[in-house]
Design a binder for this molecule. Sequence first.
Ligand code: CMC
Length: 433
Amino acid sequence: MPHNYYSGEKAEIKIDGQVYELPIIVGTEGEKAIDVRTLRAKTGHIAFDPGYANTGSCNSNITYLDGERGILSYRGYDIADLAENCTFVEVAYLLDHGTLPTREELSEFSRMLNDFAMIHEDMIRFFDSYPPKSPPMAILSSMVNSLCNFYPEMTENPLENIDKMSARLISKVRTIAAFSYKKSMGHPVVYPRYDLSYCANFLNMMFDSPVKPYEINHKVVAALNKLLILHGDHEQNCSTSTVRMVGSARVNLYASVSAGISALWGPLHGGANQAVMEMLENIHQHGGDFRKYVERAKDPNDPFRLAGFGHRVYKTHDPRSRIIKQACDDVLDDLKFADPLLDIAKELEEVALKDEYFVERNLYPNVDFYSGIIYRAIGIPTSMFTVMFALGRLPGWIAHWKEMWDDPGWRISRPRQIYVGPLSRPFIPMDQR
Ligand code: CMC
């Protein structure tokens, strides 16, 4: 249970000659915050912070991120160690339970994932009603929201059932994701198999077909595990904050995660992995002139941004991007897949990292810059990239929803505003307007 770490020190704020004291909080890694919860009551002023770049919305013991030093850890474990040594299922357990699973715990968790892998047959018919070319993220978000109709017993006493509910969601989202791909292809769905691991099962549901059985490639499975682990959580990002905010109104887990999926869809967030691939494909199709895109990104009159570059929190290399870049080389090597887009991406990165515009603004490649190249190499279509991000981020959303629900300091999320509209005006009847 996260709690506040008051340091005993106070910050002073002076308004109209009067000094007010506000307590200082220090986190376990030394991050400092001013607790402004009494600010309005004491001073009549509120804190103004559009985009929340300076706002801590909660205490959390799930993920630590140091954007200046490029450090990321889940529950105290360095992301590089987890990506190197764990499966995604182990990391999902870690995120949602707080500890790495023992052999027995892992086996019980895997059994639950297996038991919950099917989706209700009536839900499979939902897929038929979406128009062709419906964005998979829209389908995923609505299907996840629909789960609460099929498993309503889960909404009543959520924390009592949370382990079951988490396993159900983690397992079913994988099935929904694979089914949505099959349906988008006009192909029959492939049911989950009890004898396959989480990632192998997903790949089999995606690619097995009555006319061409899918052969499990362990290197592909390992690459997918790594990617999902690296996407597992990222503290209070846009989609996670959405899950927490929606959940703060005491909304069930499915609806909260469904809202998170919608937030992740945006091209400034998880949708960037698809945008990167589209950008690299465009560059490739038009003769490989990536410098033009770098110039466009720098032009203040052009809204274009280099997809997969920049981050609200990282002011140095994103540690995930470094691991993924290395994995890209390994996977393409293993699969003997020569992708010209990888060469373009590397050249583009090199040029951007030396460019004054990017240097001055601390813009580095983020998690989305290289991930799509691996997805492409293992056969995942571009339209599914952000769905893959959602699969990976799901244990993180669940962990945050659970932490928020269990927090004795919980209050409904409800920011304030500074009203800058018209002053009070006399009402004008219709025929006088
Ligand atoms: N290309 C060109 N310029 C950029 C970029 C970029 N990708 N990102 C930021 N800038 C510039 C921005 O124009 C601004 O310049 P100026 O100071 O001259 O106005 C400066 O850098 C600071 O940018 P900001 O918009 O204030 O930064 P932010 O923290 O609000 O936004 C971001 C962060 C990730 C939305 C932004 O960097 C961006 O749009 N990147 C491209 C989209 C992307 O890759 N998103 C994935 C993020 S990581 C994974 C995830 O969250 O899902």
